[in-house]
Design a binder for this molecule. Structure first.
Ligand code: DON
Length: 621
């Protein structure tokens, strides 16, 4: 059999398989142990066989050595059969049938929990035999077929049974027979032990490779979904149960030392295979027939110890830094929305903006990090009238975080502070959180916004309305329009003579990106948004700013006459004045002060925007 050395993708050796190749070379020489021979067929295994495979939750596979050599799965089948039982009968029913208590005994120990009248756990042979009884099917053939279908789903390819090993175990499996009959005797199993054992011996005799088992382990790491086929084999709640029992019982009377030294949920098999799981990350499999007195592969244990130490993969290496959940927080006096504001509005927001606090969260929200975030939220809520929590950079919120956030929102509801949540997409990674707040739509626990900019604009509008600056929303008189501030009344009337009053309905594109620019506009009533095409996203448009009454847009026409750089879209019914660049130039040829005043206001407007952008960059860095 050709020994695997390079990654499946055929690319140059990436760091992981470079490490695995070096590890394989180093441990190939490790002696000790011998192939199991209490099942005679297993005793024929070549002790020099040695393969390592790692599969990631997104289906990348790294394999070295004899990772393609077939062997029988043996006890590594047990956690998956336990998962099947949980999936088909549920936790309570399965717990009545088999416990979750480590025995500290050998895998084939004839000890049963006579108090609960069940085997201690599903990892020892007694428990595995009891679990085998739960395989569904109207006939033995049907049950075997279902069992094979389960393991084929887990491997992502059709698996079959090594008949020689099956017959060998069937012929010699007397200890298991004894265990089965003891359990029949006490009612721990009810079906004919020979049928149950037939299925159990067949499950142990399924032919797999290191690569197959790495994928099966990665399926557990991937919340029960096969990384290659994306088939969901187990519900995530049962994966947690399987990993818990693997962690406490998977390595039998070596489980304690394993948890101490390696710290990964794992399962070994007497054929010399060990699987280990790093939840959310990878599945590992090592195959090397020589086993120690506890039935675990000698090289397998060493490989897992080394990988755990080298990459600090022990479950209790603290990787979760809750403190980094808060990216930053700032106030709206320093950072404003992308809504362009008149100088008067900007002045008010510079004063009132501190009443709006923005809290940016990032990373994963679980109990510890959510607690940190909500503690800061509560602090800000005691100081601000509006608190915006932006979840844009949060990629996960687990159940505990969602519950805590809901509780915090309930506690704040009706209090003096308005709570606003931004960037929680109903179909995104925070769907669970979105669903909770959708339920409270009526109760109004929090205002939901597509992004922090929209939330900030909403708060600003409320501050401006509070400052009673909220004008009627119309600025018909040219003197009220920022661009014309400083013009003499006679000059205003000259400009009025050339303006074209225009009305646009909601959704109308007033200016289209790339079009010629020979007109610019001042807004008398309504709101328009500035939208640009997002490169490489099939023409998707992104709203980058919005403009209200008293401000102008399309002024570039006046400055460089270049093509339009963005779409301007009416967000509601809009009344604005259009000014032809040519007409204005003809007018100001005779009345140059008009152009001087307009360009002066424009320059001040642009420098004010630039200055504020610099300040914001300073705050947001
Ligand atoms: O029942 C047996 O003894 C074997 N079919 C499986 C035992 C096993 O793999 C124990 N693992 N270390």
């Amino acid at each position: 059999m050709q020994r695997m050395l390079e990654a499946e993708s055929g690319a140059a050796l990436a760091p992981v398989e470079d490490y695995l190749a070096e590890l394989h070379r180093r441990i190939s020489g490790l002696g000790g142990g011998k192939p199991a021979d209490y099942i005679p067929e297993l005793g024929k295994a070549d002790p020099s066989l040695f393969g390592i495979a790692i599969a990631t939750v997104d289906g990348q596979i790294y394999a070295v050595g004899d990772a393609g050599v077939a062997f029988t799965i043996q006890s590594v089948s047990k956690p998956f059969m336990y998962g099947y039982a949980l999936q088909h009968y549920g936790r309570d029913a399965v717990l009545k049938h088999v416990g979750v208590e480590p025995t500290g005994e050998a895998f084939n120990s004839i000890v049963l929990d006579e108090v609960a009248n069940r085997p201690f756990n599903p990892m020892v042979n007694a428990g595995a035999i009891a679990v085998a009884e739960l395989m569904q099917g109207a006939s033995q053939d049907a049950r075997v077929a279902s069992m094979l279908a389960l393991f084929s789903s887990l491997a992502g390819r059709k698996l079959d049974i090594d008949e020689a090993v099956f017959r060998s175990e069937q012929a010699t499996g007397h200890r298991n027979r004894a265990i089965a009959y003891m359990m029949l005797n006490t009612g721990m199993i009810r079906r004919d032990p020979n049928d149950v054992l037939d299925l159990y011996f067949r499950q142990c005799s399924i032919k797999v490779t290191c690569r197959d088992l790495a994928i099966m382990a990665a399926t557990l790491a991937n919340d029960g979904k096969n990384p290659l086929t994306h088939e969901s084999v187990f519900d995530v709640q049962y994966v947690r149960d399987m990993l818990s029992v693997m962690n406490s019982c998977g390595m039998y009377d070596y489980a304690g030392e394993w948890a101490y030294e390696v710290g990964m949920p794992a399962k070994s098999g007497v054929s010399g295979c060990i699987i280990a799981v790093i939840p959310g990350q990878i599945g590992i499999c090592v195959f090397s027939p020589p086993i120690d007195s506890q039935g675990n592969s000698v090289r397998g244990i060493r490989v897992c110890q080394e990988i755990s130490n080298e990459f600090e993969l022990h479950a209790f290496n603290n990787r979760t830094n809750v403190r980094s959940v808060i990216r930053r927080d700032y106030r709206a006096d320093l950072v404003r929305s992308n809504r362009l504001r008149t100088p008067e509005e900007r002045a008010i927001l510079a004063n009132e903006g501190r009443k709006v606090a923005v809290l940016e969260a990032q990373g994963a929200l679980f109990f510890g990090s959510a607690e940190q975030l909500l503690r800061r939220l509560t602090q800000l809520a005691s100081e601000a009238a509006y608190v915006i929590v932006d979840f844009k950079r949060v990629h996960l919120a687990d159940a505990s975080a969602c519950k805590l956030i809901e509780r915090a929102a309930r506690a704040m509801a009706g209090g003096g502070t308005e709570l606003l949540f931004a960037s929680i997409a109903p179909d995104g990674p925070l769907a669970r959180l979105a669903a909770i707040f959708a339920q409270h739509k009526g109760g109004h626990l929090a205002h939901m916004f597509r992004d922090a900019d929209a939330a900030l604009e909403w708060c600003e509008d409320r501050l401006l309305a509070r400052a009673a600056h909220g004008s009627s929303g119309t600025k018909f008189a040219l003197s009220e329009i920022n661009l014309f501030k400083g013009l003499k009344p006679v000059e205003c009337r000259l400009v009025e003579a050339i303006i074209q009053p225009l009305v646009f309905e909601k959704g109308d594109v007033i200016i289209r990106e790339g079009a010629d620019a020979n007109l610019f506009f001042v807004l008398a009533r309504g709101t328009v948004s500035v939208q640009i095409r997002v490169p490489g996203q099939n023409g998707r448009k992104k709203r980058v700013a919005s403009i209200g009454p008293g401000l102008s847009f399309g002024e570039m026409a006046l400055l460089d006459g270049g093509k339009r750089s963005a779409d301007i879209v009416a967000e509601e019914r809009v009344i604005c004045y259009g000014l032809g660049v040519q007409q204005l130039q003809e007018l100001t040829a005779e009345h140059p002060n008009i152009m001087i005043t307009i360009l002066g206001n424009l320059t001040r407007e642009f420098s004010e925007r630039l200055r504020h952008a610099n300040e914001e960059i300073g705050v947001l860095e």
